[in-house]
Design a binder for this molecule. Structure first.
Ligand SMILES: *Cc1c(COP(=O)(O)O)cnc(C)c1O
Length: 367
């Protein structure tokens, strides 16, 4: 029955479409444009499906802006924490707008912009982020400019700002409070702009999110300042749209039932480790509880715990849930474990493999 060799990421186009339908709704009801944040998800084999519902892409580097331009199309925003002299012309060639992280960078590279609209990252100093590691408003942050006076000093050079200060924020009140703080401190800046990107990190595709109230808030904001609003979802665009399909290689017991599978958190779902999360596993109800472990030598290489209907056995196939965002873009060759293939499940249920990795890829990643 199983013809594909594990491990593989399985992107489910039907599940992806659920997010895309919500994105369409938000575009229509808020007037905001939506750009996919490639740093979260850059699996271009499903861009044909995504670009029917998403206006374009935003990027964090030269390679991402090139990928967005070549493989996605639409509106392509360039952003980077810092551009280098040898990249700037190629970045400009592949973007529709270029957003600088600092006034320093704006001043260094403005003359390369070829008339393309320029923007600046605004760091409002307030944020919603559970981890200091991922908090753009953390102390001593290098991410964006905060001083309204300094920003007004270059306001004639820029058309817009990008504000990314939410992370996995599923609370509309929290979003609204942060936006009100931005309006209060940066009103004079906002009134001088053509567009404002509110970044990513807003969980508006999550079940139960008050989408209509969110749209109304965005529409009011856009009207008040006369700006085009952009959203830059990463995770929200691909939430629960892929699994990591694995096979049990060994089982054991050491105070808990253990199952070792043919993939790894550190190499294939790194954010589970970084943010101390556990992946959705099992059916939530079975009688047999297992800790699902990766196959690298890292002691804490653990996907999480799940409940299963029957005792797990060597050769069983498991699905590790919510494996689209920040997985394929972060995979690495730690322990020389083979990289999961990438497969796509079409709406009719058929599955095709779109990328496989081999020993040669491993060798060629080193020298
Ligand atoms: C990471 C990032 C995003 C996407 O964030 P998600 O949490 O995946 O939605 C969007 N914009 C910028 C500037 C980012 O750094």
């Amino acid at each position: 029955m199983h013809t594909l060799t594990t491990p593989y990421y399985l992107i489910d186009k039907t599940a992806l479409q659920r997010n895309l339908d919500i994105i369409d709704y938000v575009r229509e009801h808020s007037g905001a444009k939506v750009l996919l944040a490639l740093k979260c998800f850059a699996t271009w084999s499903v861009f044909d499906q995504m670009r029917r519902h998403i206006d374009g892409t935003t990027s964090s580097s030269l390679y991402e802006v090139k990928l967005g331009h070549q493989k996605f199309g639409g509106e392509t925003h360039a952003y980077s924490v810092a551009y280098a002299d040898h990249e700037i012309e190629e970045v400009v060639a592949h973007c529709d707008k270029i957003i600088f992280n600092s006034i320093n960078q704006l001043q260094r590279y403005a003359r390369f912009a070829q008339g393309k609209p320029m923007g600046l990252r605004l760091n409002p100093g307030v944020s919603c982020a559970g981890f200091d590691l991922a908090d753009p408003a953390r102390q001593f942050s290098r991410l964006g400019e905060g001083d309204p006076g300094r920003i007004l000093g270059v306001i004639d050079q820029i058309e817009g700002v990008m504000i990314h200060n939410n992370c996995e924020n599923d609370d509309l009140d929290r979003f609204e409070t942060l936006l009100a703080q931005v309006e209060e401190r940066y009103g004079d800046v906002l009134r001088r702009l053509k567009w404002v990107s509110l970044g990513g990190g807003i969980s508006f595709t999550a079940r139960g999110y008050p989408v209509d109230a969110f749209c109304a808030r965005l529409r009011d904001f856009a009207g008040k300042y006369g700006v085009q609003v952009y959203l830059e979802p990463g995770e929200a665009a691909v939430r629960h749209s892929a699994t990591l399909e694995v096979t049990v290689l060994d089982v054991g017991y050491n105070g808990k039932n253990l199952a070792v599978v043919d993939a790894s958190t550190e190499a294939h779902m790194l954010d589970l480790l970084i943010y101390r999360e556990t992946a959705p596993l099992g059916n939530g109800a079975g009688e047999h509880e297992y800790m699902i472990c990766g196959k690298t030598c890292l002691a804490g290489d653990i996907f999480g715990e799940g409940r299963f209907d029957a005792p797990l056995q060597v050769g069983d196939r498991l699905s590790i849930g919510d494996a689209a965002g920040y997985t394929m873009v972060k995979k690495n060759w730690f322990n020389g474990v083979n990289m999961p293939s990438i497969a796509i499940k079409e709406a009719d249920g058929s599955v095709r493999v779109v990328r496989e990795f081999s020993f040669d890829d491993y060798v060629n990643s080193l020298s």
